[in-house]
Design a protein. Structure first.
Length: 61
């Protein structure tokens, strides 16, 4: 019975660590995108957003 408790505890620690890693990776990706667009020339950022809208069939004008 002790092994079941330790296995369950190990799995919960692994899940918590995986969740923290995913949150950290998402935050880093968001910051990179934010600064990448923030420091990009305005025409480049507009054209990238414009092309993305068209690629997903979202009307923009």
């Amino acid at each position: 019975m002790n092994t079941n408790n330790s296995l369950a505890q190990e799995q919960s620690i692994t899940l918590a660590s995986s969740k923290n890693l995913q949150l950290f990776a998402a935050a880093v990706l968001g910051i990179v995108i934010l600064f990448g667009v923030g420091f990009a020339p305005m025409d480049m950022a507009h054209n990238a957003a414009h092309d993305t809208r068209h690629s997903v069939a979202f009307p923009c004008h």
